[in-house]
Design a protein around this ligand. Structure first.
Ligand SMILES: Cc1ncc(COP(=O)(O)O)c(C=O)c1O
Length: 391
């Protein structure tokens, strides 16, 4: 008889929608995003690869440093280093704005660019930041990897209004196997070689992994399982050095992939998916989650409500004084995730207190378009159980 896996080994809601055959095989083909005069685009296997391709294709000057918020994913830092630039971290005090005084004090003649991350899909107002960057001859790189990768930058001109480079990831918001791109001003004279199509087998493998997730059979091995199965790193707290090792392996830059473009499969899926429906469902789920957890003791939402135009990647929350709540919630079937849980090793062991505290304490609930109101019904009871003091 087939052994049923215990409920705690299955997430209550899947993280990816099922792949549709039409999206995989059907028309229409998609040439690329619609851009206005004076803009170009560089593609990559994912956002980190697009950024790397852009940086190595840009004429070199004496400006060899990039300012990056310390609370950042290793995958953002690695391509900058691999392109031969230095990274200077700053401990920004806010998630929804960049401290002008702080970054202004760090800019020098060697600063090439400043990165502003629109964390979790919350948009920063970059008006004043853009003025500062322009005054100091520094490029403003807005990181939209947690936002919906739109197809038409003429219709959504505001996304590019202040920046010189805008970075997008297809994989975070859409059920695609690969893909990232950077939109940039033509004045930067970026001449990336035409990207090679990625090998079909590799893309088939990525697709298989996505399909596996959508079928509810998780990519993580079961915890406490039979025999010699190693513990599931999603369900049991791990020592910090192991967390760092897992993060480094997941977020590194694979040299074999640096010349790849976006696969035909991802382009088709990006072209055919109903982006308005994705936005609508994510907004609905955001509102339902906030309602489900309203007034819940021990849970705080540290950031402002999602503004009208936002399409969030996830809902950030804090549970002050309760450690490892993400592991507890995942073991109850709620696919809570973290961002930049392991910061880049170049930060060293001390300093950057704000970034370290977010890395440790901030957790996210998914608002994925595939999550139903019924799924969300499981969230409050799971939080009640996870936050209940142990007897
Ligand atoms: C802020 C940020 N920038 C860049 C990246 C790299 O994106 P990708 O995984 O598409 O290479 C990530 C990925 O986690 C990210 O969170």
């Amino acid at each position: 008889m087939r052994r049923r896996s215990p409920a705690r080994e299955r997430f209550l809601f899947p993280k990816e929608p099922a792949l549709s055959l039409a999206a995989l095989l059907g028309r229409p083909m998609f040439g690329g995003p619609k851009l206005g005069e004076g803009w170009g685009v560089t593609y990559g296997h994912s956002a980190r690869y697009a950024l790397h391709r852009l940086l190595v294709s840009m004429p070199r000057t004496l400006r060899d440093e990039v300012l990056v918020p310390a609370y950042a994913c290793i995958a953002l830092v690695e391509p900058i280093l691999a392109a031969g630039y230095k990274v200077r971290f700053f401990d920004n005090p806010s998630i929804t704005g960049t401290d002008l005084g702080l970054v202004g004090s760090l800019m020098t003649e060697r600063t090439l660019a400043l990165v502003a991350i629109h964390y979790f899909g919350y948009r920063q107002d970059t008006t004043e930041l853009a003025t500062l960057c322009r005054d100091r001859g520094v490029l403003l790189l807005e990181n939209f990897t947690h936002s919906l990768p739109v197809r038409d930058f003429i219709e959504h001109a505001d996304e590019l209004r202040h920046c010189d480079i805008a970075l997008f990831s297809l994989k975070k918001m859409l059920p695609v196997p690969d893909g990232g791109f950077a939109v940039h001003r033509s004045s930067l004279r970026i001449a990336a070689e035409v990207a090679e199509p990625p090998p079909r087998l590799e893309i088939a493998r990525e697709l298989y992994r996505a399909a596996e997730r959508s079928l509810g059979s998780r990519r993580w091995r079961p915890s406490g399982g039979a025999g010699d199965a190693p513990p599931n790193p999603r369900l049991m707290p791990q020592p910090a050095d192991l967390v760092a090792e897992i993060a480094a392996s997941m977020h590194s830059l694979d040299r074999a992939r640096v010349d790849w473009g976006v696969s035909t499969t991802s382009r088709r899926m990006w072209a055919s998916v109903d982006l308005d429906a994705v936005v609508g469902l994510r907004r609905r789920n955001f509102a339902l989650i906030r309602k489900a957890l309203a007034g819940m003791p021990g849970v705080e939402f540290p950031f402002r409500d999602a503004p009208e135009e936002a399409c969030l990647w996830g809902v950030p929350f804090l549970t002050p004084g309760v450690r490892d709540v993400d592991y507890r919630l995942r073991s109850l079937g709620i696919p809570v995730f973290t961002f930049a849980r392991a910061l880049h090793p170049l930060l060293g062991p001390t300093g950057f207190g704000q970034a370290r505290s977010w890395a440790e304490e901030l957790k996210l609930l998914p608002v994925h378009q595939d999550i139903t109101p019924e799924d969300i019904g499981h969230i409050r009871p799971a939080f009640e159980a996870a936050l209940r003091p142990s007897p």
